[in-house]
Design a protein. Structure first.
Length: 556
């Protein structure tokens, strides 16, 4: 096995005096490259670093401790690092301890390690740690351990090491540019299933050692505790409610029969049974395949795979039939909530921007009129998309001047490895064979690219409460994913999910009334009456109907 490439990163600010000594104490031959990021220091830090043979990146203006680390890790990944070590150049942490930090990773027992100043025979007060920092560390570490379900001795250490996979799985570009960065990273690592190990290290505090004063320290403590509370509440202690660690299957209340023989798109099993008999009474209409269809709750038979539990519609139309239906779709009502849709698309862009990608080439599959592409372009992405509806493609060219091509996932052809990010928003449930579609997308993505998708969620509060009356059982939805079935499907298609969250949707009351005219006419009339005098936005994301999932291609 080839030796892993080790890159040591140094987030530097005013480190001119301590950098030579820090570098001299790093064991010889340990690092393949040392990258120093100078955060606009007013001294000669960058000049000294270059004279010592380091790779140097200089910020034009000060970005803060967290902002410095973002550059450190991004540049280390670009330098093909397999293991990334963060070592402060202020000589506060002993460079001789770097091999201890790397040992659990090299042994295959950790994805992330950090040095503990309180474990073993370490004596942080004897090493010069200020008393207020000692007390603050003890209190916050205790409280965070309780929230996270962990037993670490030092949750605020700045000496760390990561595997490449860990850095690719954590959205560190989304974190604070301040000192909160360290806590946010560690909380996400613990609650998302990364194997985190601490090792004892000695420390020293001198006048040159970086430190923060009492006021900023208190803000850091408050922000760290708040972040730990938020994610331990939403994901559970050590991620026990995190869908990517413990996905829940969807269990219908009853199985009605008759038995159906059809191939499951997840496990290839043939035995299915009807769980929700068809409610649609008319022939298929093109209008039912519009994004804003009013045919909520009207569906063909909904069947469950008796092997894996996947829920799908039956019978499935052929890819050719789907292409014909979608090519004729006209959906002017889509623009009624354009400002809100832009807000949601901005949320998607911020979320996916938290992850590093090989480049900025973004492809959207099922791009509708290209509104998401228009938003993504403002975030610096080089965008293009495919869309089956001729009307939507023409409108996208006319209104947003986005590069759209008419086509479907089944007919579309793209060079392998030509996209850094592929986006599928509310599309996967509409394709006849989602596993085949995902496998095709995987071939298009670059090896460390990113798949961003949203889809209907049978594991949500709404779906579980109403069962067969769920309004998103509709004709254009061919497959319905629970946490369990989506995670399994992604894995079998060659993807590793790295994030799962609910999409924060909200719509004006008048828009909801219009959508519910046929499904709940009485409710729609009342809502419409209210909306004529007061038309508030109604938050619906908490219902859990739509889920966001980010995934990376697995190595094969």
């Amino acid at each position: 096995m080839d030796r892993p490439r080790v890159v040591i990163t140094m987030p530097a600010y005013r480190a001119e005096a301590t950098l030579p000594q820090t570098l001299a104490d790093i064991p010889a031959g340990l690092a393949d490259e040392i990258i120093l990021v100078d955060d606009a220091s007013p001294d000669r830090t960058a000049e000294v670093a270059r004279s010592l043979g380091l790779t140097v990146h200089v910020h034009g203006k000060n970005r803060g401790y967290g902002g410095n680390q973002k550059t450190c890790y991004t540049e280390a990944l670009r330098a093909d690092a397999d293991i990334v070590v963060m070592l402060h150049p202020d000589y506060q942490y002993d460079p001789k301890a770097v091999p201890l930090l790397m040992a659990p990773i090299l042994a295959g027992d950790a994805d992330m390690t950090f040095g503990s100043r309180f474990a073993g025979l370490s004596d942080p007060l004897g090493g010069g740690m200020p008393l207020y920092r000692f007390l603050g560390n003890r209190v916050t570490t205790t409280l965070e351990n309780i929230m996270l379900g962990s037993r670490f001795t030092d949750l605020h250490s700045g000496m760390r090491a990561y595997t490449r996979r860990c850095l690719l799985s954590i959205p560190f570009n989304r974190y604070s540019d301040d000192f909160d960065f360290d806590s946010q990273f560690l909380v996400d690592a613990v609650t998302s299933g990364q194997r985190v190990v601490e090792v004892p290290i000695p420390t020293r505090y001198t006048r040159e050692s970086s430190s923060i004063s009492i006021g900023p320290s208190l803000r850091y403590v408050g922000n760290s505790l708040a972040y730990a509370a938020r994610y331990s509440a939403s994901r559970g202690r050590r991620g026990r409610r995190w869908p990517l660690l413990n996905p829940r299957p969807y269990r219908p209340p009853a199985i009605y029969g008759p038995p159906i023989q059809t191939r499951c798109v997840v496990c290839d099993g043939l035995d299915h049974s009807v769980v929700y008999p068809k409610t649609a009474t008319s022939a298929v209409q093109v209008e039912e395949f519009a994004c804003t269809t009013s045919g909520l709750g009207a569906h063909d038979d909904i069947v469950r795979c008796m092997t894996c539990g996947m829920i799908s519609s039956w019978p499935l139309p052929s890819p050719e039939e789907l292409s014909d239906l979608y090519s004729d779709v006209i959906d002017d009502e889509y623009f009624a909530e354009e400002p809100h849709r832009r807000e949601v698309f901005e949320w998607f862009c911020r979320n996916m921007g938290g992850y590093t990608t090989p480049g900025r080439d973004l492809l959207e599959v099922g791009a509708h009129v290209g509104l998401f592409l228009d938003v993504a372009r403002t975030f610096g992405w080089d965008v293009r998309g495919i869309e089956p509806s001729k009307w939507a493609v023409d409108r996208g060219h006319e209104l947003y001047a986005v590069p759209l091509e008419q086509g479907t996932i089944e007919t579309w052809s793209e060079e392998p490895g030509s996209a850094d990010v592929v986006v599928m928003l509310d599309v996967l449930e509409h394709v006849a064979d989602p596993r085949e579609a995902l496998e095709k997308i995987r071939a298009v993505l670059r090896p460390e690219g990113l798949l961003i998708l949203s889809t209907v969620n049978l594991s949500g509060v709404h779906a579980r409460l109403v069962g067969g009356s769920w309004p998103w059982f509709i004709r254009s939805h061919l497959h319905y994913f629970s946490e369990d079935s989506l995670v399994t499907l992604l894995g079998r298609a060659g993807f590793e999910p790295i994030e799962w969250s609910l999409v924060p949707r909200s719509f004006h009351l008048s828009y909801i009334a219009g959508r519910e005219r046929e499904h709940h006419p009485s409710l729609a009339r009342v809502a419409g009456s209210v909306a004529r005098t007061f038309d508030p936005k109604v938050p619906l994301g908490w219902l859990g109907d739509i889920t966001f999932v980010a995934s990376r291609p697995t190595s094969r």
